[in-house]
Design a protein around this ligand. Structure first.
Ligand code: KG4
Ligand code: ZN
Length: 380
């Protein structure tokens, strides 16, 4: 797609426990993040051992206004931007905690309305899916492993708005497993980084943990059996610091092994379905911060002939830049196909927040294990 036209987009993210605002520009010289501010609510939720939706929504309300002003100021400080340069506003419209999504989306509507700009609703998962394109030259199609606290999916990313879900979790997300097991072990919240630190001195061969969905040939994930087994060992056998470190090392190894096994299957499938030389394998989401996971996926990519990409950490976890970029890529596509005029004010204002919003709705509908609604539905 032509990059000769300059596009500048404001991106707003509020689907979980981070309020985030960014300004991203794409022009002939490439893609540039002009500002990217994140206000984490982790301190507010830590005392409860997890994200409390009501507290999250209220905290977004308190923060969004001033954070947006600061993000615009930071972009102006580059000397290359004024708010009048904005072409569109992009905001996460789902999936996520509905109260938080509504706060960010409503704020974005107000800002877009006041400035007469189009509003682009963005799927949070799409933000993660495209995040590697913020800093790297990652061409379509590529294979994506999205591993965060709320999501665990393998996706063939074929183009903007064109995603094929190859695998998903049938229960918990990988980050959720890290967090819940860390909580049982008294490691605090968020558990992923704490569990990784504790695992450093542990023996990864000490405890035997279950291997989920063994024998199945698909690319789906399951972590609830591992969580239950780890909790049982924690209660019965963890008495010393060394026991705790050993269990952490075993849990980290088990999660890593499952991510590697499913990614390997998806790579084989991806190669038979897409004739690409040197295809890219992208890992995004908070769990991509884990050193053991990153190293194992780097090695796997090298073995299978994929070029490994992981966005820099600030774009791996929830952020506004990835939402701005996803909005920008959609807007660019709409302009290229002459459809940008359809983004009317009435349409922008009618956009609804969605707690569930699969990237590949056909696949989610077709597979009854992953229904898109109801308590048993997968979160994405
Ligand atoms: O992408 P993210 O910031 O938020 C969403 O869930 O969308 O991901 C947060 C998740 C948490 O579950 C956190 O424990 C996990 O990523 N995480 C890690 C590490 N750093 C963050 N898990 C394992 N090891 C880490 N170093
Ligand atoms: Zn996320």
């Amino acid at each position: 797609m032509s990059q000769s036209v300059s596009l500048t987009v404001l991106g707003i993210e509020s689907s979980c426990d981070e309020t985030a605002v960014a300004v991203v520009r794409r022009d002939a010289s490439g893609t540039r993040v002009l500002s990217n501010l994140i206000h984490s609510q982790v301190v507010k939720h830590a005392v409860y051992g997890g994200v409390v939706p009501e507290i999250a929504a209220r905290a977004h309300v308190e923060t969004i206004d001033s954070l947006c002003a600061l993000a615009l100021q930071a972009a102006e400080a580059t000397g290359d931007f004024t708010p009048g340069d904005l072409d569109a506003v992009a905001a996460t419209a789902g999936p996520g905690l509905i109260g938080g999504v509504m706060v960010g989306l409503s704020f974005a509507k107000g800002y877009a309305l006041a400035r007469g700009l189009p509003l682009i609703p963005v799927n949070h998962l799409e933000g993660h899916a495209l995040s590697a394109r913020l800093t790297g030259d990652v061409a379509f199609p590529f294979l994506l492993l999205l591993v965060s606290g709320g999501h665990c999916q393998l996706l063939a990313v074929k183009g903007v708005g064109d995603y094929e879900r190859m695998g998903t979790t049938i229960d918990d997300a990988a980050g959720e497993a890290f967090d819940k097991i860390a909580k049982v072990l008294g490691l605090g919240y968020p558990g992923g980084p704490a569990l990784e630190a504790c695992a450093r001195d542990g023996d990864a061969a000490r405890f035997v943990l279950p291997r989920a969905l063994l024998g199945r040939k698909d690319c789906d994930f399951s972590f609830s059996g591992l969580k239950t087994a780890a909790a049982k060992i924690a209660h019965e056998q963890v008495k010393t610091e060394q026991d705790r470190a050993d269990l952490c090392a075993c849990v980290q190894a088990a999660i890593t092994r499952q991510l590697v096994e499913r990614s390997q299957r998806a790579m084989d499938l991806f190669k038979t379905q897409n004739a690409v030389t040197d295809p890219a394998f992208v890992v995004a989401g908070g769990v991509a911060a884990n050193g053991a996971v990153r190293q194992a996926l780097t090695d796997l990519s090298a073995r299978k002939g994929f070029v490994f990409h992981a966005p820099p950490l600030q774009y791996c976890t929830d952020n506004g830049a990835m939402i701005a970029l996803a909005g920008l890529e959609h807007y660019q596509q709409l302009r290229a196909t002459g459809q940008a005029a359809h983004l009317t004010l009435a349409e922008s204002m009618a956009t609804l927040a969605r707690p569930r919003w699969p990237l590949d709705p056909g696949r989610a509908e077709a597979d009854p294990v992953h229904k898109t609604a109801g308590r048993k539905g997968a979160k994405a």
